[in-house]
Write a protein that binds this ligand. Sequence first.
Ligand code: IPM
Ligand code: MG
Length: 370
Amino acid sequence: MPANKRLLVLPGDGIGPEVMREVRRVIDWMEHRQRARFEIEEGLVGGAALDAEGTPCSDKTVASARQADAVLFGSVGGPKWDSLPFDQRPELGILRLRKELGLFANLRPAIVLDPLVDASSLKPEIVRGLDIIIVRESTGGIYFGEPRGVHTDANGKRIGIDTEVYSEDEIARVARVAFDLARKRRNKVTSTEKANVMQSGRLWRAVVTEIHKAEFADVELEHMYADNAAMQLCSRPKQFDVILASNLFGDVLSDLAAALTGSLGMLPSATLGAVGADGRRHALYEPIHGSAPDIAGRGVANPCAQILSFAMLLRWSFGMEEDAQLIERAVERVLAGGMRTADIMQPGMARISTAVMGESVVRELGKLSA
Ligand code: IPM
Ligand code: MG
């Protein structure tokens, strides 16, 4: 039996805890089958942490995240905390973890699984077989740039300020992640910015071009304005392989890409730090969907994105490619068998609960590994 793998599990708010419960089923199955052994610590983040500890992400949670081999994150936020001051919002929980652990590369796949091709708002021929990934910079740019804030000018009028700042090293390291990833896929990177209007966009384009020339000339590189990329994603999404974007553009483009698949409840993500001298890298895995407070606590949420985030964790943090694929295939087989949670319900299919989806995935795991 290999050594214990240390996980920090942060279910968070809304549907986070209920979809995380279904991952626990998968983990139990793996341990029972002696495929791996995990040492799991559970912690608080977001609104749940605000209520219990008075802060959306305590020093203790950050320390536990540093110690862990990988963090499995649920989702944060909800109406209960909407009126809090800006510096106490639950969303700061995830932002603090990204920043303090140096998780600068946010990988967001948008995949259309065959059984769900009709769930997309786009025509089946446009999205069938879609498999793209967005590499979003996630510790810099306008999310963290200074100056920021709301000030009052000499005439007593308020001014809101955010600042987009990127150093060349920040651009270079995330570009390398995108190029590396492309080599394992269809070998193409589309780098997005607004070099036509933004100074940081000009630098972005220049640095990506330099890194490409010096280290990744074998990879196809294309530059595209971010607004055009949004349009192209809606009209011809299959032209893309890896899309590289800043924190803000990546946030927007990844929601758009996720919507194209018609199944936000299916999409996982990984956020990776740099590889340290000891070969270790901090990493956090989370579904794209968020806390969905409107359906929380009703047992109807789709746990697949959280389960698939765990599959990404096995792949990226532990090199367990075979187990990751097994989980991905199990999810696809449940869908192919006609089972659907409410978010991906289609005519003629069987509508099932969060728990039944989790149980069904585990049942398929059993069959696939028999
Ligand atoms: C995301 C979310 C977050 C972000 C929020 C919750 C801070 O929208 O992960 O895409 O903007 O990064
Ligand atoms: Mg977002």
